[in-house]
Design a protein around this ligand. Structure first.
Ligand SMILES: [Zn+2]
Length: 241
């Protein structure tokens, strides 16, 4: 059972490795089936070279292990909270989540800085929101109480609260930096969530270099931001075949 979901999660986890988004056992991807309310996730502490589709663990949204012999990723509770919280955006289900420790994304997270939109690479991937920004948000540092309570679960709550507070729609902005920790990304499939992790790493690298060349660099003018989003995702999108 759940063979399709395990294969999807396995492929996404191997993509983390192929894209050099994590070393050793760092990083994890999961694949969610909203109809069944379960997701497949990487087992904890198993190196990518040793992973098999069968080693993926099936978990429900209450954290119960439904199928699998191994212990699920230590970040499972973060995935669980995000699937639950973000499922309210019924217009498009979130079916995949990826967490990595890719260098440039982690550097921005450690600096506790949201990533400003400096160019069209960023504008192509993050929708300008109702509050007028399409920065990639960075959360606040987690409180001592939250860390003591249930660290991984509270990491999910921290991300969900950051989106609520800033009135961000996770369907249009599928990347976040957790302060002092690193990136989480999601998408319409597990594969899309890893793709977004790779894109985020590239955007963070470009933004860092932009500020190294010119610490006073200005964000991309709004009319260019809009044009780039619309030609890729708007009603009259014309990017691609
Ligand atoms: Zn981590």
């Amino acid at each position: 059972m759940y063979k399709y979901l395990k294969e999807e999660a396995y492929e996404a986890n191997m993509e983390i490795k192929r894209n050099n988004l994590a070393i050793y056992t760092w990083g994890n991807s999961s694949a969610f089936d909203p109809g069944k309310g379960v997701f497949a996730i990487k087992p904890s502490g198993v190196e990518y070279d040793l992973l098999k589709p069968q080693s993926m663990v099936i978990v429900d949204l209450d954290g119960n292990i439904i199928e699998g012999k191994l212990k699920p990723s230590s970040d499972t509770k973060t995935h669980q909270v995000l699937y639950r919280e973000f499922s309210q955006f019924a217009d498009k289900n979130i079916r995949g989540i990826t967490h990595t420790h890719s260098t440039y994304a982690v550097a921005w997270a450690q600096a506790a800085k949201s990533v400003p939109v400096f160019g069209t690479t960023h504008a192509d991937h993050c929708f300008p929101q109702e509050n007028g920004t399409n920065e990639i948000p960075c959360t606040d540092f987690m409180s001592e109480e939250a860390v003591k309570n249930n660290y991984e679960l509270e990491t999910g709550n921290l991300i969900a609260d950051t989106f609520k507070k800033s009135n961000l729609n996770p369907v249009f902005n599928n990347m976040v930096l957790v302060a002092g920790h690193g990136p989480f990304t999601w998408g319409g499939s597990a594969a899309e969530s890893v793709y977004n992790s790779a894109v985020l790493e590239e955007i963070c690298k470009m933004a860092f270099l932009t500020l190294a060349i010119n610490p006073a660099a200005n964000p991309l003018p709004e009319h260019i931001v809009k044009k780039h989003w619309e030609r890729k995702h708007g009603l009259n999108a014309y990017y691609g075949q």
